[in-house]
Design a binder for this molecule. Sequence first.
Ligand code: PLP
Length: 396
Amino acid sequence: MTGLAPAPAAPSAAFDVDQLRAREFAWMTRATGVYVNAASVGPQPDRCRAVADEWALVRSEPHRIGVPQLRGAADGARGNFARLIGADADEIALMTNTTYGLNFAARSLPMRAGGAVLTFDGEFPSCVYPFMAAARDRGLRFELIPKAGRLPDEDALVHAIETRDDVSAVVVSWVQFATGFVADLARIGAACRARAIPFIVDAIQGVGVRTLDVHALPIDVLSCGAQKWLCSPWGTGFVYVRRALVEQLEPHDVGWACMRSSDDYTRLVDYEYDFYPDARRFEVVTLPYQDIAVAKAATDVLLEAGVGAMAAHVAGLVDRLIAWAASRSDVTLVSPADAARRAGIVAFAPRDLDGMHRALSAAGVAHVVREGCVRLSPHGYNTLEEMERIVAVLGG
Ligand SMILES: Cc1ncc(COP(=O)(O)O)c(C=O)c1O
């Protein structure tokens, strides 16, 4: 089987939103509404349809596809995910979602006995329940650092890490789902590393809309579903494991696909208990190759456009919405006022939440209400003109 993924175009020198829309999100150029909900679900680029069709075809005639092609699809996706965060492909394990990777971290990382796992109050439940469960099983406590106002209290978290002797692990989301608050991963990670505390990051709301260089950051495990800002199928995602930990960590869940012996299908029952030396040791089962191939195609689009260039474009869109919220006396801006602490999520609490929610819905502005706020999440395919339309719907 050949040609499942179209050859990537050369990276564009300058980011051109109109070109991106015309090539990959053509329906948006005809839509009367505006899609600003990447924080829930990222739309798949148009090229993904051809890839999905081709995989559907070979899936119904499986003799047309062999193990090397399946492995090639997985390698391609690992490579793209790695590029998006500045990792190497052998530090990436494919996962079906963010939460699976966080469970892996909660269960597998060595943690000081009897202490506390810390996170921010207000985090998405995937940063909470897996660690509550693991803490219970491992004889640890789980603790929320109270908010400062509506936002995470990063100073309090760092102070706790630096001064307490009972911190066993820290987990935060890079970009918080309801507020859009961007955690300072370098600062929190450095505090953790100085005290040999594992630092775990849920990155699903940031990867694809902000650049990241994990090798420059003291992160032990980073987990990311691809269904939002990576515009990929539900059921795709990855976990990054810091190189020094890859071989050190015993996988918590063990299957057949994590073993070197799975390379040779002719002698699977030799039962050699020998994990892959790279992060594939954390991949337990047969992968959803048809979706992984689409994720590769979707992330090709982002990499070709350039995540840094898209991030700068999205910052302009977000600035417009923030300026509008700040100008209204009946609206409380909940997302950080500091641009360095924002990614693609804008959250604001209107006095008339229902009214604004209804007005946006009636105008076809795809958005959500989260924690008492309207949440808008523009991505690289949105335009400033669309932001002006939203502002007009909201009463200017
Ligand atoms: C911060 C964060 N983590 C995780 C998820 C989803 O987790 P999963 O990919 O496991 O479904 C979301 C979804 O809204 C989220 O906002």
